[in-house]
Ligand binder design. Structure first.
Ligand SMILES: Nc1ncnc2[nH]cnc12
Ligand SMILES: [Zn+2]
Length: 359
């Protein structure tokens, strides 16, 4: 079968990307719930789904914007009831990351999606943590948790959620290192959450926030200025503000970009129109991530490969993206340096052994 050059290229890069030491920094654990698992958990918990089959549910994944996705995503998360459910979801994701050569993950979770249904926040923490610690102890995949506030709800609700979670902090000190802000961006600007972020900063949490996915570049600015976010989730609309771009470059503020998500949610019409390569060439600390892989058609490696294919990225550019993912993580410096060393050794060997030399 003849392949288009771009398909041949992406296929050719798969072993390289699989072996690259890399991290995933923008991942909603509720977005890893595959339709099969949604059905299995629904049955286990005696929940009736409004879809006759797994395939019918999968077929419903046709999104026109962020909100059309969020409606389905919050409904899907409704099957999560017990600690075992949260464990099963998380372990399924971690096993995939093991197969994809991922060394560290920073996982967002939305407690409000669960507490509003009567699920105790301690049940959520316990299920996620059991899987994360098992992965760390069994195959050395490290993980951190970022508790994310839902921006379509009030700041008071976020503050209440933080207070519900704080008594658990001691028990999960090895995992829960920061907070994030997600859900519908339009009309819910960062400054709405100024007080809760200030409190989190005082408490010593690391701070990230979604901004500039559907919302304007101004939201990225305010995430930096008002929330003091250290990393911006998405941030692709920063390109509309040249001064902001210069600032992101100068400060080396990482952007956790999610190409297949942007395609599925129609942030871009086609992947070859994505600005990731431009941002990378300008010198921004861009990373590739999967966001909600069960809904957007690909986990981390597929995001690397689809982007490489659409934007003609070379192996050295993919290595830069993986290098950025390590630098932009909240890992201690010593672990970052060890992973970066491994990455350089891996790339040198790969370039030497293959024809995939830097172009
Ligand atoms: N892409 C996204 N943007 C905002 N909130 C989300 N929650 C899950 N995925 C999200
Ligand atoms: Zn996201």
């Amino acid at each position: 079968m003849t392949q288009t050059p771009s398909l041949a290229q992406a296929h050719h890069l798969r072993p390289f990307v699989l072996g690259l030491p890399k991290t995933e920094l923008h991942l909603h654990i509720e977005g890893t719930l595959e339709p099969e698992l949604i059905f299995a958990l629904a049955e286990r918990n005696g929940i009736q789904l409004p879809y006759p089959s797994v395939q019918a549910l999968r077929d419903a994944y046709q999104f026109t914007d962020l909100q059309s996705f969020l409606d389905l995503y919050y409904a899907g998360a409704g099957v999560l009831i017990t600690e075992q459910d949260f464990y099963d979801m998380t372990m399924a994701y971690l096993l995939r990351m093991r197969a994809e050569g991922v060394r560290h993950v920073e996982i967002m979770f939305d407690p409000q999606t669960h507490t509003v249904r009567g699920v105790d926040i301690s049940t959520v923490f316990a299920g996620l943590a059991r899987a994360l610690r098992e992965a760390r102890d069994s195959w050395g995949l490290s993980a951190y948790l970022l508790l994310s506030f839902l921006r379509h709800l009030s700041e008071e609700d976020a503050l209440v959620t933080l207070e519900q979670a704080l008594p658990l902090r001691e028990a999960y000190l090895d995992l829960w290192i920061g907070v994030g802000l997600d859900s519908g961006e339009r009309g819910n600007p960062p400054e709405k959450f100024a007080r809760v972020y200030e409190r989190c900063r005082t408490l010593g949490f690391r701070l990230v926030a979604h901004a500039g996915e559907e919302g304007p570049a101004e939201y990225v600015r305010n995430a930096l200025d008002v929330l003091q976010a250290e990393r911006i989730d998405h941030g692709v609309r920063s390109e509309e503000d040249p001064a902001l771009l210069q600032r992101l470059i100068h400060q080396r503020t990482p952007l956790t970009v999610c190409p297949l998500s942007n395609l599925k949610l129609q942030v871009v019409d086609e992947l070859d129109q994505h600005n990731l390569a431009r941002l990378l060439r300008l010198g921004l600390c861009v990373t590739i991530n999967s966001d909600d892989p069960a809904y957007f058609g690909g986990y981390l490696v597929e995001n690397y490969l689809a982007t490489a294919q659409a934007l003609n990225l070379t192996a050295p550019q993919l290595a830069t993206l993986a290098r950025n993912s390590i630098s932009a993580s909240f890992l201690p410096d010593a672990r970052k340096l060890a992973l970066l060393d491994e990455l350089e050794t891996y790339c040198q060997q790969y370039y030497a052994e293959s024809q995939a030399m830097p172009q």
